[in-house]
Design a protein around this ligand. Structure first.
Ligand code: MRU
Length: 365
């Protein structure tokens, strides 16, 4: 997709052929800054501090983090240390563990002298796979939106609600929840997107709106509490969200607040779809409530960054001084509230059998 009119992925190799470049998402939408990662520690910091975020991009960054780690120490001990270090940076998105396991499977059988080159090749494959996976997921998801459009009066707009940023910024390209949106828009289907602000870090207002605006997709930012109201008013035709981990029984972990949107959708008969790539399924768990939920800093709740009229970006306090805050970053939506999964292999019911039908080769934990 494009950022400021320039075609880009969210992660790529620098012109030196070994450093790793990212868009610093902590600074969006106010500033587009490219950050160069030159060490395993920097890759870990980028994941933890959310300079890169979104489940698939966390995995892709971990892949390149392993490349930087192998330059530093390609021994067996170095390999084990790097996997353990990167894996602990964020706990909920299973794509992190998935990418590190892919890297381990490639690197562990090789002699240390061959590990750097093999790591770069494998990290590039992870990125290319994510791009193609998200593209295909969008092709299937477009048909979900097309079917909704066909049931409306001619010329009527399909209103889609999304939460957080499951867009191209959360992946290597295309996005998960946004890929069907981009494909539908590009196919000429009339759409409008309600963008949940997504407190406390505002990924909807800062990132999803930035993306959709850049592509010309009509959208409106709403506060997180407005979605249920618009559903009651018949102004939401479908919800499409992403996910950080889907368990084998179809439960879904995603950004905090997703569960409340699913409840409101269920109460109002609004279809609620979850878009995901294969790398987001945790076949080792069969219960979403076993997923570790990341607890982040209270400062994310108590403070808010913003741009002043002179262009400078400042952070201000927004709460009563001295009050504590809790900040769970994700919640779990039970499979029974999910209408279907949109994947690169097609659309399926949010059940164990639905997932199994799409991925018959998957090995259960
Ligand atoms: O904390 P974040 O910004 O990493 O959370 C991102 C989300 O919750 C996304 O919805 C999820 O990772 C899916 S990304 C395609």
């Amino acid at each position: 997709m494009k950022v400021n009119g320039r075609q880009t992925r969210t992660i790529w190799l620098g012109s030196d052929g070994w450093s790793v470049e990212i868009i610093d998402q902590a600074l969006l939408p106010h500033r587009v800054v490219i950050e160069k990662l030159t060490s395993m520690a920097a890759a870990g910091h980028a994941i933890k501090s959310m300079q890169v975020r979104g489940a698939p991009l966390i995995g892709a960054t971990a892949g390149y983090g392993m490349c930087l780690a192998m330059r530093e120490d390609p021994s067996d001990a170095g390999l084990a240390r790097a996997i353990a270090f990167l894996n602990e940076q964020r706990p909920t998105a299973v794509n992190l563990r998935w990418a590190l396991e892919v890297m381990r499977a490639t690197l562990a059988p090789l002699p240390p002298s061959q590990r750097v080159a093999a790591a770069y090749a494998q990290a590039a494959r992870i990125c290319d796979d994510d791009v193609e996976t998200c593209r295909m997921l969008g092709v299937h998801g477009r048909e979900v939106i097309r079917a909704i459009a066909a049931r409306k009066k001619p010329g009527e707009v399909v209103n889609i609600l999304t939460h957080c940023n499951a867009g191209f910024l959360a992946c290597v390209d295309w996005g998960t929840a946004t890929s069907p949106i981009y494909h539908a828009y590009d196919a000429g289907i009339k759409i409008h997107v309600w963008v949940d602000e997504t407190r406390p870090r505002n990924q909807g207002a800062s990132l999803t709106a930035f993306e959709l605006g850049g592509h010309g997709v009509p959208h409106t930012i709403i506060v997180d509490n407005a979605g249920g109201h618009y559903m009651q008013a018949g102004k939401v035709d479908v919800c499409i969200v992403g996910t950080d981990r889907v368990t084998a029984n179809g439960d879904v972990a995603n950004k905090i607040g997703t569960y409340l949107k699913a409840l409101a959708a269920h109460d109002n008969g609004v279809p609620f779809y979850v878009a995901l790539p294969h790398s987001t399924i945790d076949w080792t768990l069969d219960d979403g409530f076993k997923i570790p939920i990341e607890e982040r800093s209270a400062d994310e709740v108590l403070k808010m960054p913003g741009r002043l009229p002179d262009g400078s970006v400042v952070t201000v306090d927004i709460a009563a001084p001295g009050s504590p805050a809790a900040n769970p970053a994700f919640d779990v939506t039970p499979a029974r509230l999910v209408t279907g999964f949109i994947t690169e292999r097609g659309v399926a019911p949010a059940t164990a059998d639905g997932l199994r039908g799409l991925y018959p080769e998957a090995v259960r934990g």
